[in-house]
Design a protein around this ligand. Sequence first.
Ligand SMILES: C[S@@+](CC[C@H](N)C(=O)[O-])C[C@H]1O[C@@H](n2cnc3c(N)ncnc32)[C@H](O)[C@@H]1O
Length: 229
Amino acid sequence: MSDAGSSRDTRVHTPPLGYKALTPVYDLAIATLTREGAWRERFVREIAPEANDRILDIGSGTGSLAVALCKQEPDIKYVGVDPDTEAVGRAWQKTAKANANARFVRGFFSAQEEYFDKPPDKIISSLVLHQVPIAEKERIIKEIYQCLRTGGSVHIADYGFQRSALMRVLFRMTVQALDGVADTQPNADGVLSNILSEAGFEGVMESARILTPTGSISIYYGQKPGWRR
Ligand SMILES: C[S@@+](CC[C@H](N)C(=O)[O-])C[C@H]1O[C@@H](n2cnc3c(N)ncnc32)[C@H](O)[C@@H]1O
């Protein structure tokens, strides 16, 4: 297992389902409470993996997105990065079982790290940004911009702007009950599009919104300006 997290790194993170003890039931909870089939399938379609794409997944968790992407296009170069040791262990196991060609790095994402021999074509992240403080949302998106190749794209699937009263109530009763309000509310208020634009991304859009029993999950896209492959 690769490990980019130095033993001196004292930063804390929220585990996949809010509490360490709940990590073993993470996959089951996501499958039953988020209409996972619907949003992950749509997210993979938006990412549109092509052979030889270098794809970096921030907060890769237990490896479900790696399996879905490699199933769609087995010849991608995929690296997942996540600070949670148990999640990374589960991701290695899950992708090995699925025969998916994926690699995982334990640690916090940093634009200073070299995850591939060249900058990534696509940087993706699902269900991570709602869990982190606003300063970390901004840092991650800023560093995604720095890390991407010119013309590369960012794809984010996460709880975003909760437009209706029903979605706001469901989000409050579920995700906010587990992960708290301070970190999650900015997402529900719709900050992600603004943070992406402020970081320099062009063509920023919310390309899909999937209603779930835990609030709506939005898919965001942005492109780093410049030359395209
Ligand atoms: C809700 S899980 C999502 C996992 C996976 N992306 C998925 O779609 O199932 C959130 C993940 O983000 C990771 N995480 C928490 N804080 C993070 C941070 N500051 N940077 C990157 N990942 C983080 C957690 O360890 C966890 O695995």
